[in-house]
Design a protein around this ligand. Structure first.
Ligand code: DOR
Ligand code: ZN
Length: 345
């Protein structure tokens, strides 16, 4: 098979930043995806509907002429978020979800939630209006090993949330472990998960191959090979609870190659090619379309896209360096090649 035509996919978890960086990265996503759920972890966070609407305008201004990409906005959940703001979000046609960061869990998560019980009334309001909760599922306690933080989040928080909110759509974002894959697969229908390309492609050796590799550092961390295999299994299984979310997260090269380097992998440029590689390797190319283009909109109760993209089975070189608003950035697999490319137009 040399070409693969699919319903246009969507990215259900994406960071595009702001300003000059935003202008550089949005075209990479807009070339492939019809829509993307936009993460709100700017500085300051996108915590209100008004802020989300203003951010949406800035994103739309970065979409190249002739492309019809739609940013789906989210609100950053803080301990100050009110049920009223949730009702405003539900009435706004551009806000699609609320993002939960445990305070301090990752980039710009300082305004996140310290004590989950403090946001209980807000979660109840979200359940009433069926506004999805997107979770960065890690605990941040210093006595919990960084590789175990996702599994402990499930034990301590997610099990309880799932019992307490049977009607709240919940997405465990960027799952990295077999524990999460099993929990979501066996969980109730209102619980789903996004899976990144990098967690499907890499195991944790990638962070230490021949030296310390900051461009493979992301959160939650990439895990052992057995976890990678479990993710490939569920992503390619045909279960509608698992769908595409790149978590593409650009940082300038200098911010990653530093004494305290930032977490985040920039995969947007070749995102669909990376997923196609994974599905091909698993002998499941026939299931790529549902994972990338059907299950996400179905979960969010949105129509599927009505146009298509074509992937061509051809080696394409990934540049060594890309431009992030005047700063060099290093994309996933920089200087290497991918086995698929997206046809122009
Ligand atoms: O690796 C990550 N980068 N994980 C996150 O949760 C945040 C993201 C970012 O914003 O850079
Ligand atoms: Zn993210």
């Amino acid at each position: 098979m040399h070409t693969l035509t699919l319903t246009r996919p969507d990215d259900w978890h994406l960071h595009v930043r702001d300003g000059a960086m935003l202008a550089s990265v949005v075209p990479d996503t807009a070339r492939q995806f019809g829509r993307a759920i936009i993460m709100p972890n700017l500085k300051p966070p996108v915590a209100t509907v008004d802020q989300a609407l203003a951010y949406r305008e800035r994103i739309l201004a970065a979409v190249p002429e002739g492309m019809s990409f739609q940013p789906l906005m989210t609100l950053y959940l803080t301990e100050q978020t009110t049920p009223d703001e949730i009702h405003r979000a539900a009435d706004c046609q551009h806000v699609y979800a609320v993002k939960y960061y445990p305070a301090g869990a990752t980039t710009n998560a300082a305004s996140g939630v310290r004590v989950i019980d403090r946001v209980w009334p807000v979660l109840e309001a979200m359940q009433d209006v069926r506004l999805p909760l997107l979770m960065h599922g890690e605990v941040t306690d210093s006595d919990i090993d960084v590789f175990d933080r996702e599994a402990v989040f499930i034990e301590r928080h997610l099990s309880r949330l799932v019992k307490a909110f049977p009607e709240l759509p919940m997405v465990l974002e960027h799952i990295t472990t077999k524990d999460s894959a099993d929990f979501v697969r066996e969980g109730p229908a209102n619980l789903a998960a996004t899976v990144t390309a990098h967690h499907l492609l890499l195991n944790r050796n990638a962070m230490f191959e021949g030296g310390l590799r900051p461009h493979h550092y992301c959160l939650p961390l990439i895990k052992r090979e057995q976890h990678r295999q479990a993710l490939v299994e569920v992503a390619t299984s045909g279960s509608p609870k698992f769908f595409l979310g790149t978590d593409s997260a650009p940082h300038p090269k200098a911010a990653k190659e530093s004494d305290c380097g930032c977490a985040g992998i920039y995969s947007a440029r070749n995102a669909m090619a990376f997923y196609a590689e994974v599905f091909e390797e698993a002998g499941a190319l026939d299931r790529l379309e549902a994972f990338a283009s059907h299950y996400g909109p179905d979960f969010y109760r949105l129509p599927r896209n009505n146009d298509q993209i074509t992937l061509i089975r051809e080696q394409e070189r990934v540049p060594e360096v890309v431009d992030f608003g005047g700063h060099p950035g290093i994309p996933l697999r920089a200087g290497g090649s991918v086995g698929w490319r997206v046809a122009a137009g």
